[in-house]
Design a protein around this ligand. Structure first.
Ligand code: NAD
Length: 370
């Protein structure tokens, strides 16, 4: 079997604690099921700065470029608050996103039945929720030029950000959304503001054309992004895949995330373009949460976001759909049994630490894989 090459970048704070739980799952899959994962490790963020004086070394960047997928923990912490801007911990993540050309950010919002009561919405609105937000990550108003603050000389200043999208950028992100929809509920809702923005008009046209040309079997709807925000909190279960630009995606994915409870539960993936020869996409998988310095080193961090990120990696980088389903079911079953880390603790549940939570999920995964 061809090797499945994974680069692990645990990072700082709770990153290494959460990554240790994924390492156990990888070891089990290799030992018992011959899954053929070949793992390498590197440093990113503050730990890379301490070792190399940069947020990620050239050697580790080369490993990331060569790997089939990168698993990223978290970076940052007060220790590195005053390091020079260009070598701050986050610069490691930004460099990875840029050099791997990761233009598609995938943020699932899944509400595990056992946690429906933890949502700020009524449990019946979110129980069983399973939506995927596909956000364009490398274009739009965060990167468009000009991007300036000008002194107008009359006591006023003028700030300009520029929203720019070219056809190819919209084509490739909508293709990702349609392809992923085919592996799920086969529905895509595209969100923009075509009523007030030219970029919204083009977005709408290109998504519609891409759909017609290559993905007519997928159901496509369009919604204005502000209405989409309302619908996300009114009736979130109406959505399957949502595709939207960088700015709207930033906000809408945070809204969707909070429908499901804790930061410690949320995985994400960032994908690049398929390689012309192999068809494989560069990919990085990471929990949405940061390095949580307030609880780092205490063995109490919730490893579920990291483990669920690995499940996304199985699904999207290695097409191991059965294994990904099993790992996600293992997480749901452990929650059903009332096993909880502190951040998702509920009355009557049993509170455990990071390692115990990881062990419980692994045992459940083993039982489901037997
Ligand atoms: P954070 O996500 O690290 O923590 C926010 C709160 O959620 C904290 O109270 C933390 O204890 C809790 N929390 C987060 N993940 C948890 C988990 N898995 N289990 C239990 N509780 C969890 O965000 P922050 O406090 O704003 O930032 C801390 C550091 O992380 C900063 O240096 C920030 O720059 C960095 N950060 C990094 C990333 C990343 O690596 N992608 C993302 C966000 C923040």
């Amino acid at each position: 079997m061809t090797a499945r090459n994974l680069l692990l970048l645990p990072g700082d704070g709770i990153g290494p604690e959460a990554m240790a739980e994924v390492r156990k799952i990888i070891a089990y899959m290799n030992d018992e099921h011959g899954s053929g994962f070949v793992t390498d490790e590197g440093l990113v963020g503050g730990s890379a700065y301490d070792a190399h004086g940069v947020a990620i070394s050239e050697g580790d960047m080369a490993k990331a470029l060569a790997a089939d997928a990168v698993l990223f923990g978290a970076v940052g912490g007060p220790k590195w608050d005053d390091v020079p801007y260009d070598v701050r911990p986050e610069a490691g993540l930004l460099r990875l996103r840029k050099d791997l050309e990761l233009f598609a950010n995938l943020r699932p919002a899944i509400c595990y039945p056992a946690l429906a009561n933890a949502s700020s919405l009524k449990p019946e609105l979110v129980e069983g929720l399973d939506i995927l937000i596909v956000r364009e990550l490398t274009g739009g108003v965060y990167f468009g030029e000009p991007k300036t603050i000008t002194d107008l000389g009359n006591g006023q200043k003028r700030a300009i950000d520029t929203q720019v999208y070219d056809t190819y950028e919209i084509e490739r992100i909508s293709a990702v959304a349609f392809e992923l929809a085919r592996t799920r509920g086969n529905r895509v809702c595209s969100m923009e503001k075509r009523n007030v923005m030219k970029s919204g008009v083009l977005w709408n046209q290109v998504v519609t054309a891409t759909h017609k040309e290559k993905f007519a079997d997928v159901q496509l709807d369009h919604m204005l992004a502000d209405a989409g925000g309302m619908q996300l909190v009114r009736a979130p279960k109406q959505f399957d895949v949502i595709v939207t630009d960088n700015l709207f995606g930033d906000m809408l994915s945070d809204v969707a995330a909070m429908l499901t409870g804790s930061l410690g539960m949320l995985p994400s993936a960032s994908l690049g373009a398929p390689d012309a020869k192999t068809g494989k996409r560069k990919a990085l998988y990471e929990p949405v949460h940061g390095s949580a310095p307030d609880i780092a080193g205490r063995g109490i961090a919730n490893p579920i976001a990291m483990i669920a990120s690995f499940a996304m990696c199985l699904r999207y980088s290695f097409n191991m759909v059965t294994e990904a389903d099993r790992l996600e079911t293992a997480i749901a079953n452990v929650l059903d049994k009332g096993i909880r880390t502190g951040d998702i603790m509920a009355e009557g549940a049993r509170q455990v630490g990071t390692v115990e939570m990881g062990d419980a999920i692994l045992e459940e995964f083993k039982a489901l894989s037997a």
